[in-house]
Design a protein around this ligand. Structure first.
Ligand code: ATP
Ligand code: MG
Length: 240
């Protein structure tokens, strides 16, 4: 079903060619994960919810794949977190951007930023560095999904707290984000929204969610699980 949504999104001009290839990479890592939401993803999602609740200017960044796979889940999270929605495209065209904007508006987004960029993310060449002052440029917390490592790293360099949803624990995105959720995006977004409702207004629980999350530890556990699903003994266990 996910693959079909992607293909339809491609035919409709929402998904880029490169987006189809990226999806294939995602499917491969999802296999290694056992195609399920693992404990580490739940811990990371709770930390992500805490970051969003503590944020003053949160933004959910949406690209073509997210718009094709789960536009409703993205808008629902944005509304729950009082976050702005901004479309950020690696392969930008006005036509694709306005189509994605229309999809998000159809799902109830009141304001979608990105069509008229007036700022740049330092360090990113060409149209992929474009963003809006009202949205990503002045944000303090940005959620990106299926994002390229260059852009994630550039956002982190700008001093932003970055939440990344990415099935690849080895990607530069996962390794540079403040919080990296290793799960399929259609599962991860509702998971964050659910956690957000659970801990909303409970400042102790919000702090605890952040304390419980450690990126290196979390990614390490995911990598060990993938290795073990492949029948490979991880170096740690083989060293006793
Ligand atoms: P890097 O972060 O090192 O640049 P990359 O070049 O592979 O990695 P992109 O292709 O720009 O990054 O981003 C796509 C990422 O999204 C890939 O890591 C892929 O595994 C992941 N991905 C693809 N489909 C999904 C999905 N449905 N849910 C979650 N993650 C996905
Ligand atoms: Mg890349």
């Amino acid at each position: 079903m996910l693959r079909e949504s992607l293909v339809r999104g491609f035919a409709d001009g929402i998904v880029a060619q490169q987006g189809l290839i990226a999806h294939g990479r995602g499917e491969m890592f999802y296999y290694l994960l056992g195609e399920r939401t693992i404990r580490e993803a739940r811990i990371a999602s709770r930390a992500a919810a805490a970051l969003l609740l503590k944020a003053e200017r949160p933004v959910i960044s949406v690209n073509g794949n997210v718009a094709a796979l789960c536009p409703k889940a993205a808008v629902t999270l944005a509304n729950a977190a009082s976050a702005k929605v901004e479309v950020g495209l690696f392969h930008r065209s006005d036509e694709r951007l306005s189509k994605i904007q229309a999809v998000l508006e159809r799902e109830g987004a009141t304001q979608v930023l990105g069509f008229l960029p007036d700022e740049r993310i330092p360090g990113l060449e060409g149209s992929r560095g474009l963003c809006t002052r009202e949205g990503i440029f002045t944000s303090d917390v940005v959620l990106v999904a299926l994002e390229d490592g260059d852009r994630t790293e550039a956002l982190v360099r700008m001093g932003k707290k970055v939440i990344a949803i990415d099935l690849n624990p080895f990607s530069r995105t996962a390794r540079s984000a403040t919080v990296a959720i290793i799960d399929e995006v259609t599962e991860a977004l509702p998971l964050i929204t659910g956690s957000l409702e659970e801990i909303r207004g409970d400042s102790d629980e919000i702090d605890r969610a952040l304390e419980r999350y450690n990126r290196e530890e979390n990614l390490g556990a995911v990598m060990r699980l993938m290795a073990s699903n492949l029948g490979i003994e991880s170096s740690e266990s083989s060293h006793g």
